[in-house]
Write a protein that binds this ligand. Structure first.
Ligand SMILES: *Cc1c(COP(=O)(O)O)cnc(C)c1O
Length: 369
């Protein structure tokens, strides 16, 4: 292997995070969300790991679901955005997909498809209770259920999504849940409300199914301080120092000369950049980890390289490992410096970065504790 940049994906952490979440959501059925290549961690590997440990897998759209089928994943897959086109239903035929319905055109197209295909319906219905992104207006609940009784049956879960479950203020969440529960009051459909943040913070929203994404991948979806469960990072993004130099006080580093050395400084060049998914707008001061210390990014992010001020390290060497985030450095801490969230950093890591998997039970786990 010539280049040293890679992501270590610890699947045993996925498993242990999931176990904690299962214990917390006592009894709710588990939907493991593996969209966006399992948040950059590898959808096929994660789906293989979880297939027999969860009730459903979920992806955003049809192509993601078909990719899992083509890779030999047999678990029922929930398609969160539902059909994008009327012929999605034909393309997904005989695949054990559950379609979310959030628009009338989808229900009409599905009805038309069912009349041709003679397949049994397999639809969940999404309602908008205040996120205002997808879903029928919650006030249309009775209308949808009455008008589409041929598509909706007792297995059709009724779904909503909360906009602000990661914030300290709970009023918007409570408003959304209250309007949802009021509308569905006298019905007996299974219910599905909670993502990771909601599952952790709002036990009364667990209901029949929970949709778990980011927490399985070991990043807390809100301020870590108020998280009652300890999550273990799954992805560690690693590179190494490929060059070292000492520059005099007053010289600048990188494109545009945006950082000027306040004193004589040792600069390490690290072999990863925005072409690998490390955000270009990461500012000077964004932390990485090297030789048991935090080192600050200095100057602009390039396509293939980063520069760090390693003046504080004892004896930096070419070849030294640098962790951009992961076991030693929480992805959320890095995200905060960059003005983003762990979700985005994880999902952006590009195809250029090889993923190395640590499997549950493998001896490498011991070194990762
Ligand atoms: C992505 C997604 C989830 C998972 O959210 P996390 O915050 O990662 O747990 C849940 N529900 C829907 C509708 C989603 O799109």
């Amino acid at each position: 292997m010539s280049r040293s940049s890679h992501a270590i994906i610890n699947l045993s952490s996925v498993q242990s995070n999931l176990q904690k979440l299962i214990a917390l959501t006592n009894g709710a059925k588990i939907i493991a969300v593996v969209k966006a290549d399992a948040y950059g961690n590898g959808a096929v590997e994660v789906a293989k790991l979880l297939e027999d440990k969860v009730d459903l897998l979920a992806v955003a759209f049809l192509d993601e679901a078909l990719a899992l089928r083509n890779a030999g994943i047999n678990k029922t897959i929930l398609i969160l955005q539902g059909a994008h086109h009327a012929d999605d239903f034909d393309q997904g035929e005989n695949n054990q997909f559950i379609w979310i319905m959030h628009s009338y055109w989808q229900l009409d197209a599905y009805r038309e498809y069912l009349s041709r295909s003679k397949m049994p319906p397999c639809a969940w219905i999404k309602f908008d209770t205040g996120m205002h992104r997808l879903g029928f207006p919650i006030n249309d609940f009775n209308r949808v259920i009455d008008d589409y009784g041929d598509i909706i049956d007792e297995n059709s879960a009724i779904v909503t999504h909360l906009a602000r479950s990661d914030e300290p203020d709970q009023s918007h969440v409570n408003m959304q849940i209250a309007s949802f529960l009021k509308a569905i009051e006298k019905t007996e459909f299974p219910l599905c409300i909670a993502n990771s943040a909601t599952s952790i913070r709002f036990p009364h929203a667990h209901k029949n199914y929970v949709r778990l994404g980011i927490a399985m991948y070991g990043s807390t979806p809100f301020e870590a301080a108020d998280n009652p469960i300890e999550l273990t990072p799954v992805m560690s993004l690693h590179s190494q120092i490929i060059a070292l130099r000492t520059i005099p006080k007053g010289d600048t580093v990188g494109y545009g000369g945006t950082w000027r050395a306040p004193k004589e400084s040792v600069i390490a060049t690290v072999a990863i950049g925005y072409g690998d998914g490390y955000p270009r707008h990461a500012p000077t001061g964004t932390p990485a980890w090297c030789n048991n210390q935090i080192i600050p990014l200095v100057g602009r992010v390039s396509m293939d390289m980063l520069t760090f001020d390693v003046s504080g390290l004892d004896d930096p060497q070419i070849g030294d490992l640098v962790e951009l985030w992961g076991n030693k450095l929480a992805i959320n801490d890095v995200a905060e410096h960059i003005g983003t969230i762990g979700y985005e950093l994880m999902t952006r890591v590009s195809k250029r970065i090889p993923r190395h998997y640590i499997y549950p039970g493998s001896p490498e786990n011991k070194g990762n504790k």
